[in-house]
Design a binder for this molecule. Structure first.
Ligand SMILES: N[C@@H](CCC(=O)N[C@@H](CS)C(=O)NCC(=O)O)C(=O)O
Length: 213
């Protein structure tokens, strides 16, 4: 069978997540780098978001769906646990990250720096100040979650951790986000430890946001 083609950009957190899954599982894959809103995305994702996957005659969008597919098609190690409790915890943290944390850390806080929408192109300070209490509160939730085991779901590295790591990386690149992370004892130790994983090191994006078509 053909090797999986991931279409997106390594600078996108969700594209990086899917690449990390391939790296963790030792899957031979190809990343086709394209700009945001490129026609190749719209051909598969109805909203033109990245990443999308092409594998043989399978076309998929949404990073979690892509990750689930890859985990089932390719052999171990598995990034989604089979134990019911750990599987549910994985779902729980992926859901919270994708519906809440991503919106706060990336779409609101980070975008106020990289796509501020201000007349002079400078960071949108009022948007940053407004979202910071939520950033602090949500980082606190994660800090407490990883304190017992150093993982989000039980005692092993799962897709929940893969899904979170690129978000934490981006959060840490902006000044206040970096400071809040550094002050969070358990979460900063968690980030440091998992950032040394080959799957994370090998998917480290170059500086700058994804290009736009
Ligand atoms: N829920 C989607 C989110 C994908 C997403 O929002 N990707 C961003 C890049 S990280 C994107 O394509 N943004 C461009 C846009 O929203 O038009 C997934 O998990 O794949």
């Amino acid at each position: 069978m053909s090797i999986p083609e991931i279409i997106g950009s390594i600078q996108s957190t969700y594209t990086r997540v899917v690449c990390m899954v391939c790296q963790e599982k030792g899957i031979d894959y190809r990343l086709t780098e394209i700009p945001l809103r490129a026609p190749e995305l719209l051909a598969i994702h109805p909203l033109g978001r990245m990443p999308v996957l092409r594998h043989g005659d399978v076309e998929l969008f949404e990073s979690k769906a892509i990750a689930t597919y890859l985990d089932r098609v390719f052999p171990e190690p598995y990034v989604f646990p089979s134990d019911p409790r750990e599987a549910a915890l994985t779902e729980q943290w992926v859901s919270l990250a994708n519906t809440v944390l991503d919106r706060t850390f990336i779409r609101t806080y980070l975008m106020a720096y990289i796509a501020p929408g201000t007349a002079d192109g400078k960071p949108n300070r009022s948007a940053i100040e407004a979202v910071l209490p939520e950033v602090r509160m949500q980082v606190g939730i994660l800090d407490r979650a990883v304190a017992p085991t150093g993982y989000l779901a039980g005692g092993q590295f799962t897709f929940a951790d893969i899904n979170l790591m690129p978000m934490l990386h981006r959060l840490g690149q902006a000044p206040e986000g970096g400071a809040v992370l550094a002050e969070s004892k358990h979460l900063s130790a968690y980030y440091k430890r998992h950032a040394a994983r080959p799957s994370f090191v090998r998917t480290d994006p170059p500086a700058g946001p994804p290009r736009r078509a």
